[in-house]
Design a protein around this ligand. Structure first.
Ligand code: XIL
Length: 311
């Protein structure tokens, strides 16, 4: 038997890593599986705004540093996640208006990227900016700075760390639809000014409902001259999981892997966690779970084998 990272070859195969799990002495398997199976890492929460700048101008990097040093010392490619997002945003940011928010956003991007420069190969500069209908989603950034906040954020990010690949990242953009159409337009415009290098497709899927045009959609972004990546893959189902759903999930994982592999600019795949027991899914989608490649006890699920076979 082989490992995910070995099977993935020239692409990385990553996982979201939480600092609290890496350092949990009562669960040594988490760090062990991270090291053995994965060649990419994304901090699950530790580089978000509320973690890195809980009050204005006060930066706290200890948790992010933990994930970063684990990743770097284990030769994992580290994705920075994320700089500008309406969620997990400390309350003080939403009280700022006009130039005060502009300056705070730029300072946040510059300070965080500078801190992690040399460790993060890529950054999700802007996360979840769009509504499903393709309009821009409500956020303090949109309200105070207007739709140009995205270009401003990428301009600041490019200057802060010219060595980092700059990504925009979103969900429900995996298939061809109004939201991915709008995302593509923004990507084309940013690319014309050399402000973007990649697009992240979160890929939080429901079993049996993976968009069938995933490959075609990844390809049209790649054709815009950027890298693409599957950044937060999980495939959820009603729990307790039925055998039929676990088999369908295996089919679905293989389908996603094959879509990425068919697109030469699809640089890597990241699953949003390692064992099902720590997944964000049950907390966010009540009654749903079993979304990852390893069960609650780190046993390989059918989707693990199908993923290895597809890689
Ligand atoms: C989730 C984390 O997994 C949870 O621990 C946290 O409570 C909420 O955020 N899209 C993203 C990720 O870009 O940052 C989110 O991560 C999942 C959805």
């Amino acid at each position: 038997t082989t490992t995910l990272k070995a099977a993935a070859g020239s692409r990385y195969f990553g996982a979201a890593l939480a600092a609290g799990h890496l350092s949990n002495a009562s669960d040594p398997d988490f760090a062990l599986f991270a090291q053995e199976q994965f060649s990419g890492a994304t901090p699950e929460n530790e580089m978000k705004w509320d973690a890195t700048e809980p009050s204005e101008g006060v930066f706290t990097f200890s948790q992010g540093d933990q994930v970063a040093s684990f990743a770097v010392s284990n030769n994992m490619l580290l994705r920075g996640h994320t700089l500008v997002w309406h969620s997990q945003l400390p309350a003080w940011v939403s009280t700022l208006t006009g130039d005060d928010l502009l300056n705070a956003m730029n300072n946040h991007i510059t300070t965080v990227m500078t801190h992690f420069q040399g460790q993060t190969f890529a950054w999700d500069v802007v996360n979840e900016a769009f509504n499903d209908d393709g309009t821009l989603g409500t956020s303090p950034f949109l309200t105070q700075l207007g739709s140009g906040y995205i270009e401003t954020a990428f301009t600041t990010a490019r200057a802060a760390d010219p060595t980092a690949k700059l990504y925009i990242n979103d969900f429900n953009t995996e298939g061809i639809n109004a939201k991915s159409d709008a995302l593509l337009e923004t990507v084309q415009s940013l690319k014309a000014s050399n402000l973007i290098d990649g697009v992240g497709f979160q890929s939080h899927f429901i079993v049996g409902e993976v968009p069938q045009d995933l490959q075609q959609n990844l390809q049209r972004f790649a054709d815009a001259g950027v890298d693409v990546a599957i950044t937060e893959l999980d495939i959820r189902m009603t729990v307790p999981a039925s055998e039929a759903n676990l088999q369908q999930q295996a089919t679905d994982y293989a389908f996603v892997i094959n879509a990425c592999q068919a697109v030469s600019r699809c640089v890597g795949i990241t699953t949003w966690g390692i064992p099902d027991i720590y997944s964000w899914v049950p907390g966010t989608f009540p009654g749903q779970g079993a979304a990852l490649l390893f069960d609650d006890n780190y046993n390989e699920k059918p989707a693990f084998s199908s993923t290895i076979d597809a890689l």
